[in-house]
Write a protein that binds this ligand. Structure first.
Ligand code: OGA
Ligand code: MN
Length: 196
């Protein structure tokens, strides 16, 4: 098996997205899941919107997740470990593909039971800085029947279970995707690699 960074990049070069099953170590996943749930229980996560700035609106018919941004300056030890892992990947990507990534932004996401995110692309019209999307899942023992699959609309359609440790990586301006209705709470760290 190629190493996780190589596997993500190989997929990207072959068909604009890559995925890998072991992007994060299991103990780190457990820790991050606890931090997410802690933020949620303390009321620190807010309903996500669609669009940004002037175009920002909340629309439950489009997406139903709650999010909370990770602030590098206040990140705890586990969140810093996560950000270091992503930055190592960025370094690999810039070195092997001249990707020109200069910053990252990440948030926790929780989809309550019954929520989804309809088909969309991630790059906003007013923020073309987002080059790549990177999603890491935090859900132990996810089953097909739990719903909540990520569907990627590439050359072919692919359904991905949001299983703990799995990471999905794709071109933010190319790949349309959707989150099917989750039948149990669905947790992730979602973010973007930007060229400014
Ligand atoms: C997003 C998104 C997909 C997922 O937050 O923009 O598409 O699998 N998330 O959580
Ligand atoms: Mn998206």
């Amino acid at each position: 098996m190629p190493d996780p960074f190589e596997q993500l990049v190989d997929g990207l070069l072959a068909h604009n997205y890559g995925q890998v099953g072991d992007f994060l170590d299991p103990p780190l996943i457990v820790a991050l899941r606890h931090h997410l749930l802690d933020r949620f229980e303390r009321g620190k996560m807010h309903e996500a919107g669609i669009g940004n700035q002037a175009l920002f609106q909340k629309n439950k018919a489009v997406r139903g997740d709650f999010i909370s941004w990770i602030d590098e300056t206040t990140a705890n030890e586990d969140e810093q470990k996560f950000l270091r892992r992503v930055n190592d990947f960025v370094e690999y990507l810039n070195r092997t593909c001249y990707a020109g990534i200069r910053s990252i932004e990440f948030h926790y996401a929780l989809y309550p039971e019954g929520s989804f995110y309809r088909r969309h692309k991630d790059q906003f019209r007013t923020d073309s800085g987002r080059k790549f999307s990177l999603i890491t899942y935090l859900n132990e023992d996810w089953r097909e029947a739990d719903g909540g699959q990520l569907v990627l609309y590439g050359e072919t359609e692919e359904k991905i279970n949001p299983q703990a440790g799995r990471a999905v990586f794709f071109r933010a301006d190319e790949i349309e995707h959707e989150v099917l209705e989750a039948r149990r709470p669905r947790m992730s760290l979602t973010g973007w690699l930007k060229n400014r």
